[in-house]
Design a protein around this ligand. Structure first.
Ligand SMILES: NC(=O)C1=CN([C@@H]2O[C@H](COP(=O)(O)OP(=O)(O)OC[C@H]3O[C@@H](n4cnc5c(N)ncnc54)[C@H](O)[C@@H]3O)[C@@H](O)[C@H]2O)C=CC1
Ligand SMILES: O=C([O-])CC(=O)C(=O)O
Length: 320
């Protein structure tokens, strides 16, 4: 059987890291696409030349034409611009919306059967726009954010508790912005919920609150340190986990920006929720029970996403 074809739209910091990870994990053959001439070709060649050393079987090719993504099984979209220190993700909306239009049209024409993972910010509005512009079924278009945000939460918790990251589970719901909702009640060390760990005296509520806030600020912390761009290793690893769940029909339960129609009382919008990812794309949105405080935080986050979607519609009336 032919290897899956993985099209990476955007060959910048995340795109290059995605190509490297996809090859090392032998998820399929990689097409690295960008409007910048030479960048996707150069990165593909460089990674391909690591193949004999790493011992992976995958071809990598750079492209500047959408024709080269034809028939892709998976498209991961990072095309656009990242923020700089002092900016919010939302400041990228106008410029990246135009990029989503051209990317959506390219996917619609050349890879209409692909599973599409959007990474470009502001994430929840961009994945919504990408689904609209591409016209692909909503269960085949998802946004990556929750896996990354939960990964950050898990990392900070494993350091605080001095336990293996493998034993820390976490859920982060809502939009990928300042209003995201790290759910402490549904986050655990080997099944022990965080509030119980506070009661057991393993940490304090103050320390836990600080970790929750650091998770919310996780992207900005890295932007502040790098100064010239944003995080790319963990975002790429997170999207690869989602792509692998689809390609291998793993039925993973992962937080993703998915199209929600019914669950959480929502009527057709993209926002971060727990999902089952398998060969059918988003096979299920998991509607977990929230208490009043959690629901209030999620409602605030949903309102923020709705505001961004309204801003997209105001800029591009074809979306209204
Ligand atoms: N969802 C998430 O959790 C995260 C999202 N991001 C977002 O991902 C995006 C990409 O980040 P990086 O890879 O670090 O940026 P980057 O600037 O390194 O790469 C972006 C690439 O997109 C290309 N590009 C621009 N317009 C294009 C178009 N119309 N068609 C095709 N390619 C185009 C550029 O030439 C560049 O190579 C940013 O918007 C960033 O904010 C970053 C980290 C996490
Ligand atoms: O913070 C940013 O601009 C990039 C991003 O979304 C993240 O790292 O979470």
């Amino acid at each position: 059987m032919a290897r899956p074809k993985i099209a990476l739209i955007g060959a910048g910091q995340i795109g290059g890291t995605l190509a490297h990870l996809a090859a090392i994990k032998e998820l399929g053959d990689v097409i690295l696409f960008d409007i910048a001439e030479g960048t996707p070709q150069g990165k593909s060649l460089d990674i391909a030349q690591s193949g004999p050393v790493e011992g992976f079987d995958a071809t990598l090719r750079g492209a500047n034409s959408y024709e080269d993504i034809a028939g892709a099984d998976v498209c991961i979209v990072t095309a656009g611009v990242p923020r700089k220190p002092g900016m919010s993700r939302d400041d990228l909306l106008g410029i990246n919306l135009k990029v989503m239009k051209s990317v959506g049209e390219g996917i619609k024409q050349h890879a209409p059967n692909a599973f599409v993972i959007c990474i470009t910010n502001p994430l929840d509005a961009m994945v919504w726009a990408l689904q609209q512009f591409s016209g692909l079924p909503a269960n085949k278009v998802v946004g990556m954010a929750g896996v990354l945000d939960a990964g950050r939460f898990r990392h900070f918790l494993s350091v605080e508790f001095n336990v293996s990251m493998k034993d820390v589970t976490a859920f982060v719901l809502g939009g990928h912005g300042d209003t995201m909702v790290p759910l402490t009640r549904y986050s655990t060390v080997a099944g022990i919920p965080l509030p119980d760990l506070v009661q057991m005296g393993w940490t304090t509520q103050e320390k836990l609150d600080a970790i929750v806030q650091r998770t919310r600020d996780g992207g900005a912390e890295i932007v502040g340190l790098l100064k010239t761009g944003s995080a790319f290793y963990a975002p790429a690893a997170s999207a690869i986990e989602m792509a692998e769940a689809y390609l291998k029909d793993q039925k993973r339960l992962l937080p993703c920006a998915a199209y929600v129609d019914g669950a959480y009382g929502l009527k057709g919008m993209y926002v971060g929720v727990p999902t089952i990812l398998g060969a059918g794309g988003v096979e299920r949105v998991v509607d977990i029970k929230l208490n009043a405080d959690e629901q209030a935080m999620l409602d605030k986050s949903i309102d923020a996403v709705k505001g961004l979607v309204a801003a997209c519609k105001a800029i591009d009336p074809s979306l209204a």
